[in-house]
Design a protein around this ligand. Structure first.
Ligand code: ZN
Length: 681
């Protein structure tokens, strides 16, 4: 591992932040924190922390000794001075004279000594940083160090590798006791450059930002070199031929692994798929049931990954029913074991905890790869990243010996530690969190507005459109998945839905919105015009609905189909037959799905919108119609009972309302400002 330190860059940081009134100590702390934070083999997703001891002047002009330490919720790769709250050093250091300190008192000591009361909570490892005398202190969960300390004989390997340069600190949960122990070990070895925290990570320190950073790089490099000496192939299990594709099994796993919710329903989770040669070698390893169930590679992963992943057998495409039964069995015993683990450790606590749901957050699929689960694509991706990280640490350990984690009771203490649970900002208030929505015609005005409306409710969105460039832009605007897809082509629809299943695990809501207007007097219109319109305005709805229903039934948790039908379906306009006829068929299609799949909990509803400015209703069309009626375009667009123009947002909100109306199916909702001639009867 090479040092990326650059004096020029360091100076640039100092100069840039000086303009904002930030002292050079803090600017350099930001610089080297980011150097460490961008290396995935050192820290991931908010792991690790850093500090600098410096002086600040308060409002009254008094100079105070402080420690600026990483705040909770900040990531080392993107940290700013605001993410390094200043805490008074004197009172924090005095704490080291105590024999014990509760977590509540520790947080209170941190917060009550902040110079800025609006700062984020200082890291749970603040005391350890403060007790050490060095100006700069760096802490990472470096993979190479973990791979050595997480061996059954990791202690002796690390002890002979690091000697007095970086003495060992036994595993203790982060907090006051660990900080005291680290101080004790440091005092016995006052010339050391760092500390190895067994089964947790590594600290380095120094007088300058560069010294502390480069000591980290050098100490981790020692571990990398030591690992390189190992060898040996991991034995793999034999796999059956003809495995199912990940997209075929994703909805099954997502449906089975959905935790129950408080109201007796279930919570939707996103399930995102990952694979590569390393992941495959790991999940196909003969000893997978041993090394994958041994526990986390560093304790704070447990809040994202649960103590253990679920292992499922290789899915044979021809025997998916049998495979599904096997998954159910394994999931049932996973839950039984999780509840037993909770019960075993909860009963020793003075203040009992409330059990978290017993569902896995990482599923290892033999023959294929892994799925990470979470309340959003962000959370699911973090679980998957940590699983990949676990794979690289455990694989490295297993090259040398046998991987070993902390004890089960230590895992429990971290999983149920209130300070760790506090790191997971809960999004449960969002009504559609964890749900996946596919929107066709996603690049248009209605499609984009619909995507935004669903995102606001917490859902993940995939946008499909034949306009590849525009749909990618629309998707990136809302943080969704853009898919280039002609919905009149079954094979393209199938491919698009495969992508959705690999990225999100399945589908809960379909908004079948793609459409285009064709005109012509019905007695004279060319046959191909009518057929072309039927392809897009009827058959494409059937194509996407069929694919959606297949995925929803695999999940077994219901679903919602929403069709954009248009007022033409009930109130035909002159010369608009080529558009209105397939739309009328689509309205019937919506009802047919309601009838045929109601028993599966799949609801199907439609929207009748009218006069919306969009790709369908171009400015030219609006102008010519207004002219034909002898009114302005504004009067024409607001020519309804409410005398108000209807826009794409109104249609989007109506789709969301129908998605939320959990007891409504077979319905048609008008979004037209009132058009009595289009009222259904
Ligand atoms: Zn740590």
């Amino acid at each position: 591992m090479e040092s990326l330190w650059s004096d020029n860059q360091a100076t640039a940081f100092v100069e840039k932040y000086a303009e904002q009134g930030v002292a050079s100590d803090v600017a350099l702390r930001v610089y080297s924190s980011r150097l460490l934070g961008t290396m995935r083999q050192l820290v991931l997703h908010g792991g690790g922390n850093v500090s600098v001891k410096t002086k600040v002047t308060d409002l009254l002009g008094r100079e105070e000794d402080v420690i600026c330490v990483k705040g909770s919720g900040w990531d080392m790769a993107t940290i700013e001075p605001l993410g390094l709250p200043a805490v008074r050093l004197g009172p924090i250091r005095a704490i080291s004279n105590l024999d014990s300190l509760s977590d509540r008192d520790m947080v209170n000591v941190h917060r009550s000594n902040l110079l800025d009361s609006s700062s984020p909570n200082p890291s749970v490892e603040t005391l350890l940083h403060a007790f050490l005398p060095h100006k700069f202190v760096d802490h990472t969960h470096a993979n190479a160090v973990l791979a050595l300390t997480d061996l059954t004989d990791g202690e002796s390997i690390c002890s002979s590798l690091y000697g007095e340069r970086a003495p060992l600190v036994p595993y203790i949960m982060p907090g006051f006791s660990l900080a005291k122990k680290a101080l004790e070990v440091y005092r016995e070895n006052p010339d050391c450059q760092g500390l190895i925290l067994l089964k947790h990570g590594i600290f380095s320190f120094g007088d300058t930002a560069r010294e502390s950073y480069e000591r980290m790089i050098n100490l981790v490099s020692l571990a990398e070199t030591r690992l390189g000496i190992g060898g040996g192939e991991v034995g793999r299990v034999a796999l059956p031929k003809g495995l199912a594709r990940p997209a075929e099994i994703a909805p099954i796993l997502r449906g089975k692994c959905a935790p129950l919710s408080a109201d007796g329903g279930y919570r939707h989770l996103i399930a995102t798929y990952r694979t590569n040669e390393f992941i495959k070698a790991y999940v196909d390893g003969k000893a997978l049931p041993r090394y994958s169930q041994a526990g986390p590679v560093t304790p704070d992963h447990v809040i994202r990954t649960k103590p253990k992943p679920l292992i499922v057998p290789p899915p044979e495409a021809a025997k998916l029913n049998h495979w599904t039964e096997e998954v159910e069995k394994r999931l049932a015993s996973y839950q039984t074991e999780y509840r037993a683990y909770f019960g075993r450790h909860n009963k020793r606590l003075e203040e009992p905890k409330i059990a978290l749901d017993p569902m896995p957050r990482v599923v290892l699929v033999r023959g294929l790869g892994l799925f990470g689960f979470g309340d959003s694509i962000g959370a699911a991706s973090i679980a998957a990243d940590l699983a990949e990280n676990t794979i690289s640490v455990v694989s490295a350990s297993e090259q040398l010996g046998k991987f070993e984690s902390i004890s089960e009771s230590d895992v429990f203490d971290v999983e149920y530690w209130s300070l760790e649970q506090a790191k997971l900002g809960r999004d449960t208030a969002l009504l559609l969190a964890g749900q996946v929505v596919a929107i066709t015609g996603g690049a248009g005005a209605i499609g984009s507005a619909t995507a935004t409306a669903f995102r606001v409710k917490g859902a993940e969105v995939a946008l499909l459109d034949v306009d590849c460039g525009e749909v990618m832009k629309a998707a990136s605007r809302v943080g969704g998945l853009g898919l280039c897809c002609d919905v009149t082509k079954c094979d393209q629809v199938e491919t698009a839905f495969e992508h959705i299943c690999e990225r999100y695990g399945g589908l809960d809501i379909l908004v079948s919105n793609a459409g285009r207007a064709w005109e012509g007097r019905i007695g004279e219109v060319a046959d191909e015009v009518l057929r072309e319109s039927f392809e897009l305005n009827f058959f494409s709805h059937q194509n996407v609905a069929q694919s959606a229903v297949r995925i929803m039934r695999l999940q077994g948790k219901g679903g919602v189909l929403l069709f954009n039908a248009s007022k033409q379906a009930v109130n035909p306009g002159a010369n608009f037959g080529p558009y209105g006829l397939p739309k009328a068929a689509t309205l019937s299609l919506s009802r047919q799905y309601a009838v045929d799949y109601g028993a599966d909990g799949i609801r199907s509803n439609a929207i009748n919108a009218d006069r919306i400015r969009s790709g369908l209703m171009t400015a030219d069309m609006i102008a010519s119609r207004a002219k034909a009626r002898g009114v302005s375009t504004g009067q024409y667009m607001a020519g309804n009972l409410l005398r108000t123009e209807v826009d794409a947002k109104d249609v989007a909100n109506a789709f969301v309302s129908l998605a939320l109306a959990s007891k409504t199916t077979g319905a048609v909702l008008t979004v037209d400002g009132g058009n009595i001639a289009a009222a259904l009867r």
